[in-house]
Design a protein around this ligand. Structure first.
Ligand code: XMP
Length: 481
């Protein structure tokens, strides 16, 4: 037995000392950072791979704001791939392979594709895959299910189309001139080469800070495990051109988890970044890097729904864990992701000052419009569900979905949980949450005279505080409105 004489610390144990600053406006600072060895973001924010946090809607919004979302793995492979596709297609100046439907389809078929794929328009093609029309959500309004698509679509004769090589300005001109929203790109025989949509162009202008891949599509990551069909899942996600694979397990410093990093790196090379974790020590960080991890995901037990520290007695206070992981990661120039326990913008500033390059967030993003799941009314207030991925309900749900469990074994699951289920007050769009976090980060950077995140780390000087100081930090001795 060994005992570490040092006391571990977390966010509320410290403050950052202000210092003389050359920053005169918070707009001057850059929040650009690295998520992994090869992936740059415009804000240091990542949404957690939890089934009540990140599917396509969350990932799209976070990427538009400059961060990245990690699609959770507690769904079938097909569904997870579909979620990645939805992000990759969300805004693309030219969609190379737009969704199509055959000429024998009915209104019912069109509705189903709209719903499944989350689109509002489809190209209609003949047996030779040539464009014969476009059908949009407006065309199917009030139409009976069995009506043929060819009767309600806008037919080829009335379509405005473009040819390959059209540039953005020309496309904008055509969309405006003809007051249309979709511009198919076709060859001389009406074979489809792509689709330009007004909505995508508007989004590109609206979100100049979006995090994009080399083809201009939004960035997205996806989680995989280390058991069962994880390799098949990883291959399908790779084929869908996911930007990073996150090996999403509670104890990432385990032989099997390390082997998985190597296996994924050997299979996909540098085409996709692989993230190992979670770890909470210098040795853990070093080992996952040695096995090929392109980032270090840090956090054993700091998450809002985690009970690992209570159930297993294991964990490291999060700020100490970040400092330790960074000590290893900086030797290899690998970014650190501080995962869990972020409750306010100040925690992000502290995490980055301690060595993280990004923070991963669950709870603050749950309960928003973009998190999966319905809004529930309880005692006159609106809530959404939120749960730890090692909670009873989440684990049971997964096992039942994958048909891995007999009903008789359900009771067993209640013994081995490391997370809880909760209600979170509904709080509108995640966009507002992210903007508040980034504004706080910019404020923190300006207090420390940091023009970028690296300077924040270099300039940071933490001061240990007492419980009395924590009390002083929060609004006190007043009657809050
Ligand atoms: P926050 O505090 O942002 O943390 O909600 C999100 C992170 O919590 C982790 N997580 C869990 N940890 N048991 C755990 O010990 C769980 O059931 C659980 N579910 C999520 C995860 O790392 C996530 O990113």
């Amino acid at each position: 037995m060994k005992i570490d004489g040092d006391v571990g610390i977390t966010f509320d144990d410290v403050l950052l000392k202000p210092r003389r600053s050359r920053v005169s406006s918070r707009k001057e600072v850059s929040t650009s950072t690295f998520f992994t060895r090869n992936i740059r973001l415009n804000i240091p924010i990542v949404s957690s791979p939890m089934d009540t946090v990140t599917e396509h809607s969350m990932a799209i919004t976070i990427a538009r704001l400059g961060g990245i979302g990690v699609i959770h793995r507690f769904i079938s492979i097909d569904k997870q791939v579909d979620e990645v596709n939805k992000v990759k297609r969300a805004e693309n100046i030219v969609i190379n392979d737009p969704y199509k439907i055959g000429k024998y389809a009915t209104v019912k078929d069109v509705r189903k594709v709209f719903e499944d794929k989350g689109v509002s328009g489809l190209l209609v093609v003949d047996d030779g895959e040539r464009l014969i029309g476009i059908v949009t959500s407006r065309d199917i309004l009030f139409q009976p299910d069995d009506r043929p698509v060819t009767e309600i679509m806008t037919p080829r004769e009335k379509l405005i189309v473009a040819h390959q090589g059209i540039d953005l300005e020309e496309a904008k001109k055509l969309l405006w001139e003809y007051r249309i929203e979709k511009l198919p790109i076709v060859d001389d025989e009406w074979h489809i080469n792509g689709l330009i949509t007004a909505a995508d162009i508007i989004k590109k202008i609206q979100y100049p800070e979006a995090a994009r891949d080399k083809k201009g599509r939004l960035l997205v990551a996806a989680a995989v495990g280390i058991k069962g069909d994880y390799m098949k899942r990883a291959e399908r996600l790779y084929e869908a051109e996911v930007d990073a694979l996150v090996i999403d397990i509670a104890h990432g410093h385990m032989d099997r988890a390390l082997e998985t990093i190597k296996e994924l790196k050997n299979s996909f090379g540098d085409d996709v970044d692989v993230i190992g974790g979670n770890i909470a020590t210098y040795e853990g960080a070093k080992d996952i890097i040695k096995y090929g991890s392109d980032a270090v995901r840090v956090g054993i037990g700091p998450g809002s729904t985690c009970t690992t520290r209570i159930v297993a007695g294991v964990g490291v206070p999060q700020l100490t864990a970040i400092i330790e992981a960074y000590r290893a990661a900086r030797e290899y120039n690998i970014p650190v992701i501080a995962d869990g326990g972020i409750r306010n913008p100040g925690d992000i500033v502290k995490a980055l000052a301690a060595g993280a390059s990004t923070v991963m967030i669950g709870r603050l993003f749950a309960g928003t419009d973009e998190s999966p799941g319905p809004v529930i009314l309880r005692n006159g207030k609106r809530y959404k569900m939120f749960r730890g991925m090692a909670s009873f309900v989440a684990r049971l749900g997964k096992e039942l979905r994958m048909s891995n469990i007999d009903e008789g074994d359900i009771g067993e699951y209640s013994y081995s949980t490391e997370g809880v289920e909760a209600f979170i007050e509904y709080r509108g769009s995640v966009e507002d949450v992210v903007k508040r976090l980034v504004a706080g980060l910019r404020a923190g950077m300006s207090y420390l005279g940091a023009f970028d995140i690296e300077e924040l780390r270099l300039n940071a000087e933490f001061i240990r505080i007492t419980d009395a100081s924590v009390k002083e930090s929060y609004p006190h001795d007043i009657l809050l409105w």
